[in-house]
Design a protein around this ligand. Sequence first.
Ligand SMILES: [Zn+2]
Ligand SMILES: [Zn+2]
Ligand SMILES: [Zn+2]
Ligand SMILES: [Zn+2]
Length: 495
Amino acid sequence: MSIPAGYPVERAGVEYGCRCGQRRPLTHLYFCRHCLHLRCPYCISHEVDSLYCANCLENMPSSEARLKKNRCGSCFDCPSCFHTLSTRATSIQTKHSSAKDEPKTDAKPDSKVDPKAPKKMYYLSCFNCRWTSRDVGMPDQPVATGGWPEQTSIYSQRISQLQDHYKALALQEKQSKLEKERKKFIMSGKYMTLTDKIGLTSAMARARVTGSSSLITTGDGAPIAGPATPNANPNDLPADIFTKEVNLKYVTNMEQRLIQPEYQPATVDKLFPSAKQLFIKRSQRCRQCDHNVTKPEYNPGSIKFKIQLFAYYHIPEIRIISCEPLKSGKSSCLVLKLSNPTGHETFINLQALAIEATVTPEETSEEVKPENEEIKSRSQEIDNEFAKMEITCNAKLVPPEEKLCLPQRDDASEYVEDTHNYNDDTKVVVWRKSNKLAVKMEVVPDDNLTAGDDVCVGCVLSYTYTNTVASTPRAPSTHTVSLNVYLHLGKAVEE
Ligand SMILES: [Zn+2]
Ligand SMILES: [Zn+2]
Ligand SMILES: [Zn+2]
Ligand SMILES: [Zn+2]
């Protein structure tokens, strides 16, 4: 499950406030049970856990994926409609093949085999748009798994040259940094060899002895990649470019060209299948304490998680059941449904939202672990971004005074008669059923509202959370967690 970072486009009915000031629906949030705080997608760090092909579900270590340019070796996408290509088998007569159906180029007639025996050949075909590898003249293959001819870009040599150049440059910078470090060590009377520390290669050591040169060179002294030189005579356009009538059937569209940036075919006869891009499974960490909030199973076929701290499973859910028409300055009746998704009983207390509490930036004093500089500057950036977000509540909530008890979630409760007796005040609790209840309260929109204004009311949801983290002492510990919740009640009406 992934949560888009770019929310919100539209305000949802009920939103929960993250510690950074961002407001999101419950399903878009995570709950870190080490910090006991909500975390929005901006407050967690994302990391690549594993790479896999979504078609053949093959796992790949990241080093191999980098070598293969993050593409699968055996699966291909249709260059025309980008649907996954399928391998199709066809049987052909090796000797007396009818040239009309089977334009074969590489099947050599074998004298030892019965010339009449059919031979199986394979080609790639798109079930969506009917494109086949025969359309572009790719020869059929005798094996179903791959061996498809690879295209080579005319710029591939230059690209690898540049890559080598920048790799060498990075190495050189690292070396000079290390040199400084070494000098510091010598100054302080300690001795350190570079080879021990980062595995300095013998080539680098030799370069150090001969003195560092500013130009990065190959073994024979020639630069790895020189600067690009402009072509004095670029290929002229064909003479009939402006006079020949364009047949759009043979011209590729922009998407088809850009899906293969290294070739950018202009006509459909140059559309070759593109290897399927790999997908990633990512795990996410709380940026404050560095604990995982999600961690997927390694197996690409599995949709399960080893760790899944989605807020939806840990925080009472609030839904709006009904709300009387909202008139400015007049009180209306609001009915909310509360449900407890956890396996432990919880006590819920709703309070009106204090004005100063609407924006609660992360308190730095309670940091579990000191953050490093990079993360700090990034969270500062995000804080600044959200400080600009205005949070407007234009109504007052009169929440019930008593605490509401919600039993744990029980999937079998539907079939068992509820024997609990909670002595609820019928003026407050409208109904209750297993881990859910409906609660009635008053809401008073501000006096200055005009008809058509969106009415939003905030409240503080405090509930007892039972923590079952393994690192805590044996018995589960109970904490009171407070969250800001914003209810979008709809538009105010004429009096
Ligand atoms: Zn946040
Ligand atoms: Zn694949
Ligand atoms: Zn297609
Ligand atoms: Zn945390």
